[in-house]
Design a protein around this ligand. Structure first.
Ligand SMILES: [Mn+2]
Length: 459
């Protein structure tokens, strides 16, 4: 009779975060056997072959599945991401413990779930290691730090949390070695990678979508190349776009899609999940069978558009009832109106046509005698406007670039609203909800710190 068996496993294409999590789980479950997927990322494989004697593990084929009574899964919560574990799916006399940082999108039904949306899974594992006061060796600290840095892009991906940064600090105090880490994190980049990159660059297209720069590239790969994500990452950096997608046609009618990005409003992992893959906010991939690359590109564009809309558009943030001024009104009267309406600026409108914009800032250059002159003599006529379907991030970019505090919102040539710097900031930093009276009610918020106090100019 064989004794009951506890096993620990993780996802296919094992990366450093997954390997680190497996090792950490081994410390939490000292009786358990580690089962690694057959296929690991190349740099993880290099690490394992160098540290062979230090990590004991086996492959799924070596295991007698009938006697497993506890399965510990780390860094994923989907059966399809595990290597040859299908037999366990229907097993009823088995506990499942899941430690995962991928949000809710899995189909493993755990007996115990330990989930948190941390940038790296190892950060979550460390919570439990700290609780039971286990000592971490410098080697373990280095491996954990490698996983942490890989999954958070050296703590720069938008998914990075404060807990990740604390975990990094903790691992450094435990002897995590940054030079060892860099040796393993520096990507494997060979002749084939270089050719693929050059091929992609030669047909690179850069488009703008909802204020973000996007590049979607399709190429056919001959033979087998590991780690195409390295190529795509370089491609994104060289093109200097917010998001890049590589659609790679592979052998056997397969199509690999990789996405990389660093944009507040775009969740690459979400897009990949819609395509049947997975990932994080800044990075993700999907493997499709018999897909048409053109259609994949269309789907990506549609998903980007949808995501953008769910993030909020200017239309939802703008003030619709715009207080406008006539070109002939005197500066003195315009000031009275602005003071009465508690606004810092207003578009100058002639019929349906917007002619200019006047703000408190324009009063700075006034002399007392100028107050009787019409607004049109002092308004700014170089108009910086925005379309209602644009993103708040785009509005922020535009305001910063042109140094203006408000943008008239123009649709089909007509003024339909106005958006102020504080509306955008409130939205981006979540000071208050989109439809709160604070953001919705006031045209060009009164608390705009960049504008001047009118009482200082005029009595
Ligand atoms: Mn991970």
């Amino acid at each position: 009779m064989t004794s009951p068996l506890h096993i620990i496993t993780t996802h296919k294409s094992t990366d450093f975060d997954a390997l680190a999590s497996v090792v950490a789980a081994g410390m939490l479950y000292p009786q358990a056997v580690t089962v690694l997927p057959q296929h690991q990322n190349p740099n993880v494989r290099a690490f394992l072959s160098l540290h062979k004697d230090l990590f004991e593990y086996c492959l799924a084929n070596d295991i007698d599945f009938s006697c497993i009574d506890r399965l510990v899964v780390v860094d994923t919560n989907a059966w399809s991401r595990l290597d040859r574990m299908e037999h366990l799916r229907e097993k009823s006399d088995m506990e499942i413990h899941v430690y995962d940082h991928h949000g809710q999108q899995g189909n493993i039904v755990p007996t115990r779930a330990y989930q948190a949306e941390t940038g790296a899974n190892i950060t979550l594992m460390l919570r439990f290691l700290k609780k039971i006061n286990i000592d971490i060796t410098p080697l373990q600290a280095t491996l954990f730090l490698t996983g942490l840095y890989e999954d958070t892009g050296n703590l720069t991906f938008p998914s990075t949390t404060a807990e990740d940064a604390h975990a990094a600090a903790y691992l450094l105090t435990q002897g995590g070695d940054l030079s060892v880490l860099h040796a393993f994190l520096s990507p494997i980049y060979g002749q084939k990678h270089k050719e693929t990159l050059f091929d992609m660059l030669s047909k690179a297209k850069r488009t703008e979508l909802n204020g973000y720069t996007v590049s979607i590239n399709h190429i056919t790969i001959q033979g087998y190349i590991e780690n195409l994500s390295v190529v795509l990452q370089m491609y994104r950096q060289i093109l200097n776009v917010d998001v890049a997608f590589g659609i790679y046609s592979l052998n056997h009618d397969r199509c690999l899609i990789i996405g990389r990005g660093n944009a507040e409003g775009i969740d690459i992992g979400n897009i990949m999940r819609c395509l049947g893959g997975g990932g994080h906010k800044g990075a993700g991939s999907a493997m499709l069978h018999s897909a048409n690359p053109k259609e994949v590109e269309t789907s990506i564009r549609l998903l980007l558009g949808e995501q953008h809309r769910s993030q909020g558009v200017i239309q939802d943030l703008m003030t619709c009832s715009v207080i406008t001024l006539k070109p002939e009104i005197s500066m003195k009267d315009s000031r009275k109106i602005m003071r009465h309406e508690r606004i810092h600026g207003a578009p100058v409108v002639d019929g349906e046509q917007i002619r200019g914009i006047i703000s408190l800032r324009d009063f700075r250059k006034l002399k007392r005698k100028d107050l009787t002159h019409p607004v049109k003599a002092f308004m700014r006529t170089r108009l910086i406007t925005i379309k209602p379907w644009r993103s708040p991030a785009y509005a922020a970019q535009r305001m910063a670039k042109h140094d203006v505090g408000r943008l008239p919102v123009i649709d089909e040539g007509k003024l339909v609203g106005i958006i102020s710097r504080s509306d955008v900031m409130n939205h981006l930093y979540g000071f208050c909800p989109v439809d709160s009276p604070l953001t919705k009610g006031c045209q060009q918020s009164v608390s705009d710190p960049f504008d001047i106090d009118i009482s200082k100019i005029l009595p």
